[in-house]
Design a protein around this ligand. Sequence first.
Ligand code: FES
Length: 186
Amino acid sequence: MNGRFPKKITRRKFLSTSGKLTLGVTGILAVSTSLFAYGESNRRKRMGPKERPGNFIKLGALDRLTAMQGIEKIEYEATIQDAWVTKEMKGFVYVSNDADGNLLILSPICTHLGCTVEPVGEPDHGASSQDIVYRCPCHGAEFGSAGNATGNGKGLQGLATFKPIIADGEVYFNLLSPMAGNAASR
Ligand code: FES
């Protein structure tokens, strides 16, 4: 032998070298995964309105909505991507503040047969102690400020509500996630 062949590697040396190699590969993978996660979270923070899913409806500035008195009808237009189908949707919600300053976002769809409820002034049937805020023009169902069925609406499900989503000082709601109103009570 003239020494051109590699030296014989001992078992101890082999294990030590392969262990270092494994640690190195694991380290590289961990760093690259962390960098990807960091980049992805930054991308989400910078997400502009065009990248927001169409079902997230913008209602307006939080400051303005929380200072609002009474009920505001806020219309929306949405483009919803449902699997391979794109749907254009139009509608509106009623927005108000409760006594504790929480935003209430109510669906206007009557839970009797689906007509559109309207805000009312004073209850017109003499029951002034009742909290009647919305009335349905079709068959007279009545609902309170939080969408609870009351007055002539007793026995119906309450109006559906939406949870306010607050981001960057603006209020949004998810059109595809209505919360069922209070169960019927008699
Ligand atoms: S649809 Fe509203 S009361 Fe009948």
